[in-house]
Structure formats: structure tokens, C-alpha cells
Design a protein around this ligand. Structure first.
Ligand SMILES: Nc1ncnc2c1ncn2[C@@H]1O[C@H](COP(=O)(O)OP(=O)(O)OP(=O)(O)O)[C@@H](O)[C@H]1O
Ligand SMILES: [Mg+2]
Length: 377
């Protein structure tokens, strides 16, 4: 991105058009790019047209702002004025979209941890460069000695920049990648051999997953009934068809999708739903087998801020009602603040800091956490 900016600035333009210049970047890197832009702007007196869905960015960087909805500019003015006193309902909705903390702070103690890891290590096999490759494969350690606990009814947040090992940790937690060290799900370990298939199936029912991208995580060829009901075929194969359908309807109802809104809901296909609705489908699919723990890997990063807020509210309600535990992976500190009881901060495969959310985010000890929190403010 720096190289792109350098190219754009090489002919000393009067106007720089920056279309989501930092969305794909980590918060820490984002702050650096913005500093660079403001500095160049000051020095060269260049104007910037910054296009973004990130309100924090606008607040920090821009002098004036225009809000667009469905192809129309519904409001514009100086940043301070618009943020302090938004006129249009859509602007108000955008500004109100910061997720709100609404969770059970101390859920009733419910016995043993839902997940417990001690010195968990996860590595990818990689080809070694040069002649060393002749003598066998090397490995890349993506998670080093991770130790953590997920308590019943609580959320453990995982933050860290891109490539820090968050998704790898999630895959290992789900029993989808081999790991070293110790990992227990409701007191049981994932079996590594094929003989452990039925043992693993028992654990798998308890730990379900929701992935980031609702556009690729749902099969386009399956109907809503097939997608949401799939887990029942695996975990409760003896269930009668009518009973299975009831369970599917119940799960859809739990996530706020119903026939009233979508006639013929069960036989629809994923492409008929918006991003937020698809993420609801993915949550329904996870809930139908009555799990104790949901692994949520960036569940709202692909969604608009207003939709993100609705999905987070849904997750909060489900946790309160069902006593669910969440392992919530995100690079968004605001999401952690709204959702998590405890948080761990990852960098280069290492957990650099962990503890209760208030402690870690409000009084971070590590320089890296301090940077992360400062960049998100
Ligand atoms: N299949 C693979 N083979 C080798 N290395 C891999 C593989 N998958 C991931 N890695 C490496 O492991 C590290 C951790 O990747 P991971 O996907 O867990 O990061 P992440 O924290 O989820 O990042 P992001 O925020 O971008 O999703 C990265 O350095 C990545 O390059
Ligand atoms: Mg990831």
C-alpha cells in the first residue's frame, strides 16, 4: 500500500483519490499509512477524496464528510458538525452502529471449563529451501505454546494482526488440525487416529464453528433446510423427518429468520439472502446440534457496520439464553470490548498478553497491546 501511494504521488497530484486505502490492513499499519498520507497532504497541499466505510477513519482524517445511501448523498458538512449533530436518519444509524456491550458479566458458574489448552503448538509442514528439501520437510510453527481456558457461558476473545495465528488456533480448537501439547474440550481430547472417529464425533457436536465469509461458507447448491439440518444427519441420524424439520424451524427461529419474512424459507438457496442473513443461517446451522461452544472466526468482518451490530446483538442474546461459550476471533478491538469476558492478544503465533477485557484493553502491559488499542481508538 505504501508503494501504491508512492506511485500515485510521484507526479505530485493536486487530488488523491483513495478508495478504501486501509481496509485490508491491520490497525497498527493503518495508523502508519494515515500518518504518511496526512504528512504528505500537509507538505504538498494536496486534496484527498477518501472513500471508506470506516467512521473512525473519517473522524480522524477528514475535514468534511458526505454520507451516501443507495446512490444519493443524504448529508454532508464538516466532520465535527455531522458527527455531533447528524440530521439524516441513515447518518444517525451509522453513528449508532458501534457495538454495545450487553452480556452477562458473571454468568452462573457451570462447572468445568468448556475448553482448556496447555502449551498447545500448531505447525504447518513446509518445503525447505534448496538442497535441505532433499532431506525431508520443514515446518512453520503458527501457534507457539498457547495456554487458555474458555469458561462456561463466557466469551474468550482473540485479537491480533493478520498472520498472527488466530485462524490456525481456531482450526486446532475444532480438531481440524493436529496439535502438540494439551487441548481438552469439555474434559476430552481430540483423537488423532482414524479409530477415534466416533469419539471425535461426540466432541464435534459440542464445538461448532461460524466462519468469516458468509458468501463462501454456505454451499450454493443446498437449500436452507439441507444447510441448517446437516448437523442432525450426522449427530442424530435416527431423527424422524418431521422432527428434523421442526428442529430446523426452531434453529431458524432462534436466529430471527422466519416464514413470515421469507415465504418458502426452507427450500430457498443461500444466494437469496443478504450477508447478514447468511451469517444468521450459519449460526442456525451451528446451533441446531445444541453445542456448548461456538468458535467464531471473524464472524462480522465481512458485514457492514449496521449489520455487524445486529449479528453481534444476536450472538449476545443467544449466549444469555443458552449459556453458550464463545471463542471469538477478530481483529476489531471494538468487537472484543462489546463481546468478550476475557481476551488474549496474539502476535507472531505467541500469546503476548491475556486476562479480563477491562484489564487488558484499559491498562495494557505490553507495548504491542498498547499500540493495538491506541490504533483502534
Ligand atoms: N497452509 C499453510 N501452510 C503454511 N503456512 C500457513 C498455512 N496457513 C497459514 N499459514 C501461516 O500461518 C500463520 C498464521 O496464519 P493464520 O491464518 O492463523 O493467521 P490469522 O491470525 O488468522 O490471520 P488473518 O487475521 O489474516 O486471518 C501465517 O504466517 C500464515 O502465513
Ligand atoms: Mg484468520
Amino acid at each position: 500500500q505504501r508503494a501504491m501511494i508512492a506511485m500515485a504521488l510521484a507526479c505530485q497530484p493536486r487530488l488523491l483519490l483513495a478508495d478504501e486505502p486501509t481496509t485490508a490492513l491491520d490497525v497498527t499499519l493503518r495508523a502508519q499509512i494515515l500518518d504518511l498520507l496526512s504528512e504528505l497532504q500537509r507538505r504538498n497541499g494536496m486534496a484527498v477524496l477518501l472513500i471508506t466505510h470506516d467512521l473512525n477513519l473519517v473522524r480522524k482524517f477528514a475535514d468534511r464528510v458526505a454520507v451516501m445511501e443507495n446512490g444519493h448523498i443524504v448529508e454532508h458538512g464538516d466532520v465535527a458538525g455531522v458527527f455531533a449533530n447528524p440530521q439524516h436518519p441513515y447518518t444517525r444509524k451509522l453513528i449508532d452502529s458501534k457495538p454495545v456491550r450487553d452480556i452477562d458479566e458473571c454468568p452462573a458458574p457451570g462447572g468445568e471449563p468448556v475448553m482448556q489448552a496447555a502449551n498447545m503448538r500448531v505447525a504447518y509442514p513446509i518445503a525447505r529451501p534448496g538442497f535441505k528439501g532433499w532431506f525431508g520437510k520443514g515446518e512453520f510453527v503458527a501457534v507457539h505454546a498457547a495456554s487458555f481456558t474458555v469458561a462456561p457461558g463466557q466469551t474468550l476473545g482473540v485479537v491480533g494482526e493478520s498472520g498472527s495465528g488466530k485462524s490456525t488456533l481456531a482450526l486446532a480448537a475444532l480438531g481440524l488440525m493436529p496439535h502438540g501439547g494439551d487441548l481438552k474440550v469439555v474434559g476430552k481430547s481430540w483423537g488423532a487416529t482414524s479409530a477415534a472417529a466416533s469419539h471425535n464425533r461426540g466432541i464435534r457436536r459440542l464445538v461448532q464453528v461460524v466462519f468469516q465469509d458468509p458468501f463462501s461458507s454456505l454451499s450454493p447448491r443446498l437449500t436452507v433446510e439441507e444447510i441448517v439440518g446437516e448437523g442432525l444427519l450426522v449427530h442424530e441420524p435416527g431423527l424422524a423427518v418431521t422432527r428434523r424439520r421442526e428442529r430446523v424451524m426452531q434453529a431458524l427461529n432462534d436466529v430471527g429468520l422466519g416464514e413470515a419474512q421469507f415465504p418458502g424459507l426452507l427450500s430457498r438457496y443461500p444466494h437469496e439472502f443478504s450477508g447478514g442473513q447468511r451469517q444468521r443461517l450459519a449460526i442456525a446451522r451451528a446451533l441446531i446440534v445444541n453445542p456448548q461452544l461456538l468458535v467464531l472466526d471473524e464472524p462480522t468482518s465481512a458485514l457492514d457496520v449496521t449489520i455487524q451490530k445486529q449479528v453481534l446483538e444476536l450472538l449476545q442474546r443467544l449466549q444469555r439464553e443458552k449459556g453458550l461459550s464463545y471463542l471469538l476471533i477478530t481483529h476489531d478491538v471494538d468487537v472484543i470490548r462489546a463481546m468478550a469476558h476475557d481476551v488474549m492478544v496474539m502476535k507472531d503465533g505467541v500469546i503476548v498478553e491475556s486476562g479480563p477485557v477491562g484489564q487488558v484493553l484499559d491498562a495494557p502491559r505490553e507495548a504491542y497491546t498498547q499500540r493495538l488499542v491506541a490504533a483502534a481508538a
